[in-house]
Design a binder for this molecule. Sequence first.
Ligand SMILES: *[C@@H]1O[C@H](CO)[C@@H](O)[C@H](O)[C@H]1NC(C)=O
Ligand SMILES: *[C@@H]1O[C@H](CO)[C@@H](O)[C@H](O)[C@H]1NC(C)=O
Ligand SMILES: *[C@@H]1O[C@H](CO)[C@@H](O)[C@H](O)[C@H]1NC(C)=O
Length: 382
Amino acid sequence: MESHSFSIFVILLISAMSAPKLIFGLTPCEFPAIFNFGDSNSDTGGLSAAFGQASPPAGETYFHTPAGRYSDGRLVIDFIAESVGLPYLSAYLDSVGSNFTHGANFATAGSTIRPQNTTLSQSGFSPFSLNVQYYQFHDFHQRSQVARTREVFQKLLPKAEDFSRALYALDIGQNDLTAGYFLNMSTDQVRAYIPDVLGQFSTIIKYIYDQGGRSFWIHNTGPVGCLPYILDRLLVRAPEVDKAGCATPYNEVAQYFNIKLKETVVQLRNQLPLAAITYVDVYSVKYSLISQATKHGFKHSLSACCGHGGKYNYNRNVGCGGKVSMHGKQILLGRSCNDPSVWINWDGVHYTEAANKWVFQQIVDGSFSDPPIPLKFACHRR
Ligand SMILES: *[C@@H]1O[C@H](CO)[C@@H](O)[C@H](O)[C@H]1NC(C)=O
Ligand SMILES: *[C@@H]1O[C@H](CO)[C@@H](O)[C@H](O)[C@H]1NC(C)=O
Ligand SMILES: *[C@@H]1O[C@H](CO)[C@@H](O)[C@H](O)[C@H]1NC(C)=O
């Protein structure tokens, strides 16, 4: 008994010594729920519920069936939920089998911060832009409490007090940048509208705060210039690549967005006195993974595991899971690779589960956060 508690004491001591300084004296947050807003980087079934399931081989590695995620398995948001002891988030839009007791996910693939003036079929951008995701959250907040008065919903919806103790996670912005480029805008034109995009982002954070949200976990945007769909479609317009093979101008725009996002977060901290806002530099994590893939145990950094040919195994017209019909038969062209665990990119746009897991492991302890506190302590304002 004694030696057992002694070793526990030693373990505690060692972990306390190796933990970042900032957490001394703080208690872990015990988030009862997560509310997530974003795009495909964190969509756990929203776009699939609204517009049809992501097709196989999506989900093959972990769920062994499509599970609404644009990946072979879990996303960073899934690892976040797991690590704070909560189940994977149900998509708000998913009316089949959902359980929102511990939160809801408003993210959909193709979402932007600013509403786009086109349809999904015209441009590929989701109609569920961040403002719409907020309307849905607002509605969910009010109506879940009315529904909870009926017994059948008590085990399906969050308690009123959980909204202020929840973690509010956001990962959105990448599609706002690509939207301009796909409309043939120049980099100067794209940079010029970033303040408007971030103004709208800031408004939504304030609205969530007014609804009781206090703990915010905000991912910056990733190195979009390292993704096959950008390399395939936009490299011709600005054929400049860095040592890692990533398209420099598009990564520079992403970095500019991130500088402005960080400034926005600083302003929000001043404006929202009770909010604990953590800014997470996902860009640096993803870029170091892609630029030093071998060192981190991966074999393929820029080409897609699941796709159909071309330099990056990405074909705009035949995506992952894409089929053609020949002589009355459906033939699968967008096939998966043999071992997704050594690929970083899944389908030309999204990351594999292995990459997502690696990214999560880098960010969970606060090493890439401002302020540098671990996820478990992200409810404490510094
Ligand atoms: C969509 O159109 C409205 C009205 O003209 C405009 O204010 C808004 O900026 C446009 N959105 C985008 C993303 O261009
Ligand atoms: C929903 O999930 C919670 C937590 O995992 C669980 O306690 C509850 O029983 C679930 N609701 C239903 C109807 O299964
Ligand atoms: C952008 O330019 C390309 C090449 O000139 C053209 O094919 C495409 O239609 C243009 N797209 C838009 C949205 O204007």
